[in-house]
Design a protein around this ligand. Structure first.
Ligand SMILES: [Zn+2]
Length: 71
């Protein structure tokens, strides 16, 4: 698998530990949350885990005030 981390052109937004990135070109990804497959420049990564990518729709579904709960 290509090293997506090296192809980030822009860090767009973050919500808690979830960060939305813009890639240098459209890439086919499978979302770890909704299992949807899409070709997109937008990917989200939770807790810097690049093996489990989220789509932009799932990123936007997260509340902006999302924060990790203790315990
Ligand atoms: Zn998704």
């Amino acid at each position: 698998m290509a090293r997506l981390r090296d192809r980030v052109s822009e860090t767009a937004e973050s919500r808690g530990e979830l960060v939305l990135y813009k890639l240098d070109r459209p890439t086919e990804v499978t979302c770890a949350r909704c299992a949807g497959r899409s070709t997109t420049r937008w990917i989200a990564v939770l807790a810097d885990d690049w093996t489990r990518l989220w789509c932009k729709a799932c990123f936007l579904a997260m509340p902006a005030s999302n924060r990790a709960q203790p315990g």
